[in-house]
Design a protein around this ligand. Structure first.
Ligand code: F6P
Length: 552
C-alpha cells in the first residue's frame, strides 16, 4: 500500500511556502545575474538528451526543499513498490508495471509475487514474428496479395500512444505498410479512412484493453462489414483481423481466433500501454528492431529513475518543478511545445497520460484535496504555435510554464530549415524569460522616428513582461531509443507528481459518468417520443435534434 501523506501538512511544504514568500517576485534574469554558473548548475546531460531547467524560478534552496518534500511524501518507497509489482493502483486492485514491458530478458520481474517476464517476452516474440511476416510479404491477404495498409482501431490509450509514436518514427518506417488510425465513434472517421483502401491488402488491428469500449466495438463491426461488403467472406477474416486485448473471452466472442490475438495484462494501464502489444502498429510500421530500440530507451530511463539520487534524477526534478509551479505559483496550465514536427501528436498523447492520471480531487484516503492537482496540459509543435497562442503566453495575464523540445540534428532538412526552426526554439525561451522593458521599447520607437506622443501611446502594447518559466529539452536526434527514453521520462514525472499529490494516478473513474449517460440516451434517440427525463436544457437539445432530423 502507498503511504497516505497530505503534502500540504508536511514540514517541507511549510518551508517551501515560506521560501516561496521570499522569492516569488524574483526575476529569472536576476537569478542569472547572481550566479554565472546557473545554466550549468541547473541542467542535466543524460545519454543523448540535455535538459536545461535554469530558466525556472528556483535556486539551490528551492531544489533542496522540493527534494525534501519528495522524501517526506514517501517517493523513495513508492518507487520501490511500483517496480516491485505491489498493488499501488488500489482503487482497481492492480499493480502498475508498464515498466516490466521494457525490461530486457534475463531480469526477473514480479507482479504481486508472480514472475511475469516469460509471458511478456512470449508476446514480444509473437509480435516480432507477426510483424516480420507482414512486412516481408509472407503474411498474405485472402486473395494472396501482401498487406500494404494497417488500420489500428482503438481509442484513448489504444490509439494516442501508437499514433504518436508512428508519426514520430515515420522516418524509420522504410518499406513498412502504411498505418491508419480510427478512433472516433463519429462514422466519418472510419468511412473517410477506409474509402481509399484496397480491402484485400488491408489488415485491421482491433485494440482495446477491455474489448468493451463502445467506440472501438462500433468501429470494429463497421470495419468487418466493410470487409465483407467488398468481397471478403467470413473465412477470410482471420487473414485481415487481429486483436490486442486483455479480454480473451470478448475477443473470441467477436470472432477473432485465439492465434490472432495478442495479449497484455491488467497491470498495464491503457495510457501506458504503447510498450505492450498495443504498440503492434509501431512494430508493423517501423519494424520490430525499431520497436525494440524504443523499449531499450525507455528501460534505460527506468533505471535512471530507479537508481539516481533525487537531485540528479530527471523525472524527479521535472516532477517537482511542476509541483513548484502548480502548488506555489498556482499555475493552472502547462504548455508542451515540441519544435519537431515528428512529435506533432505528443501534446495530445501527454494530455491523456497526464490529465487522466492526475486530474483527481480525492486523495488516497478519499478526502477532497485542499491543493491543486494536475494542471491543464496543452500545446502544439513549434513554430506553428507561435502564430497562434504564443501571444497569450508572452503578454497574457497568466504565468504558463513551458516545456520546449528540439532535436539538435534533423532527420530531413531541405534548404537548412532546421536552423530556422532552432533559431525560433532558442529565441522563444529567451524572449519569455527576458521580455522587453519599457525602456527598450521607448528607445526602439524613438529610433524609428516616432513622435514622443506616439511613443507613449504605443508603449503599453509593446512591452513584454518576461519572467515566464520554461524547461528546454534538446536531444541529439529523434530516434526510437531517444523517443522511448523521453516518453518514459514523462511517465515517471506523472508518477512523481501523483505521489506528492497523494492521489491514485492509475485509475480513471471520472470518464465513467458520461459513458453511463450516453448509454441511457442512446435508446431515447431511437424513438419519436419527446424526451422529458433529463434537465430542461438536455431535453431541449435532444428534442431539437429530433425535430431537425425530421426536416432533413
Ligand atoms: O474511457 C477512458 C479509457 O478507459 C482510457 O483509459 C482508455 O485508454 C480508453 O478508454 C480505451 O480503453 P480500451 O483500451 O479498454 O478500449
Amino acid at each position: 500500500m502507498l503511504k497516505k501523506i497530505n503534502p500540504s501538512q508536511t514540514e517541507a511544504w511549510a518551508r517551501l511556502k515560506l521560501h516561496y514568500d521570499r522569492i516569488q517576485h524574483i526575476k529569472l534574469k536576476d537569478l542569472f545575474n547572481e550566479n554565472r554558473e546557473r545554466a550549468t548548475n541547473f541542467s542535466i546531460s543524460w545519454d543523448d538528451i540535455f535538459i536545461d531547467f535554469s530558466k525556472t524560478h528556483i535556486n539551490r534552496e528551492t531544489l533542496r526543499l522540493l527534494i525534501e518534500l519528495a522524501r517526506e511524501c514517501g517517493l523513495n518507497q513508492a518507487i520501490t513498490k511500483e517496480f516491485d509489482g505491489e498493488i499501488i493502483n488500489e482503487t482497481e486492485n492492480r499493480a502498475v508495471l508498464h515498466t516490466a514491458l521494457r525490461t530486457p530478458p534475463g531480469i526477473n520481474t514480479y507482479c504481486e509475487g508472480k514472475e511475469i517476464q516469460d509471458e511478456i517476452h512470449a508476446v514480444l516474440h509473437q509480435m516480432e514474428d507477426f510483424s516480420e511476416r507482414v512486412r516481408n510479404g509472407e503474411w498474405k491477404g485472402y486473395t494472396g496479395q501482401p498487406i500494404k495498409h494497417i488500420v489500428n482501431i482503438g481509442i484513448g490509450g489504444s490509439d494516442l500512444g501508437p499514433v504518436m509514436v508512428c508519426r514520430a518514427l515515420k522516418h524509420y518506417s522504410d518499406g513498412g505498410p502504411e498505418v491508419h488510425f480510427v478512433s472516433n465513434v463519429d462514422g466519418s472517421h472510419i468511412s473517410e479512412t477506409l474509402k481509399p483502401l484496397p480491402h484485400e491488402q488491408t489488415l485491421f488491428l482491433i485494440v482495446s484493453k477491455t474489448f468493451t469500449t463502445q467506440e472501438t466495438m462500433a468501429n470494429a463491426s463497421s470495419a468487418r462489414q466493410w470487409f465483407l461488403d467488398n468481397g471478403g467472406n467470413e473465412n477470410d477474416i482471420s487473414k485481415h483481423f487481429v486483436a490486442i486485448s486483455t479480454n480473451v473471452e470478448a475477443v473470441t466472442k467477436f470472432g477473432i481466433a485465439p492465434q490472432n490475438m495478442f495479449r497484455f495484462w491488467d497491470f498495464v494501464g491503457g495510457r501506458f500501454s504503447l510498450w505492450s502489444a498495443v504498440g503492434l502498429s509501431i512494430a508493423l510500421n517501423t519494424g520490430f528492431h525499431n520497436f525494440k530500440k524504443l523499449l531499450e530507451g525507455a528501460h534505460a530511463m527506468d533505471e535512471h529513475f530507479r537508481q539516481v539520487p533525487f537531485d540528479e534524477n530527471i523525472p524527479v526534478i521535472l516532477g517537482m518543478l511542476g509541483i513548484w509551479y502548480t502548488n506555489f505559483f498556482e499555475c493552472s496550465t502547462e504548455a508542451i511545445l515540441p519544435y519537431d514536427q515528428y512529435l506533432d501528436r505528443l501534446p495530445a498523447y501527454l494530455q491523456q497520460a497526464v490529465m487522466e492520471s492526475n486530474g483527481k480531487s480525492a486523495d488516497r484516503s478519499g478526502n477532497i484535496v485542499s491543493y491543486k492537482t494536475s494542471p491543464v496540459l496543452w500545446g502544439e509543435p513549434g513554430t506553428n504555435g507561435q502564430h497562434s497562442f504564443y501571444q497569450l503566453i508572452h503578454q497574457g495575464t497568466q504565468m504558463i510554464p513551458c516545456i520546449f523540445m528540439a532535436a539538435a540534428n534533423p532527420l530531413k532538412d531541405p534548404a537548412e530549415h532546421h536552423k530556422l526552426l532552432l533559431s525560433n526554439f532558442f529565441a522563444q525561451s529567451e524572449a519569455l524569460m527576458n521580455g522587453k522593458t519599457e525602456e527598450n521599447v521607448r528607445t526602439e520607437l524613438i529610433k524609428k522616428g516616432l513622435s514622443e506622443e506616439e511613443v507613449e501611446r504605443l508603449l503599453p502594447f509593446k512591452v513584454f513582461k518576461g519572467n515566464n518559466p520554461s524547461i528546454s529539452i534538446l536531444y541529439k536526434q529523434l530516434n526510437p531509443y531517444n523517443l522511448g527514453a523521453m516518453l518514459a521520462m514523462f511517465e515517471h514525472r506523472i508518477f512523481v507528481q501523483g505521489i506528492i499529490w497523494n492521489i491514485y494516478s492509475y485509475d480513471q473513474w471520472g470518464v465513467e459518468l458520461g459513458k453511463e449517460l450516453a448509454g441511457q440516451i442512446l435508446p431515447e434517440l431511437k424513438t419519436d417520443e419527446p424526451i422529458t427525463s433529463h434537465d430542461a436544457s438536455t431535453n431541449q437539445l435532444i428534442n431539437r435534434y429530433k425535430s431537425l432530423q425530421k426536416k432533413t
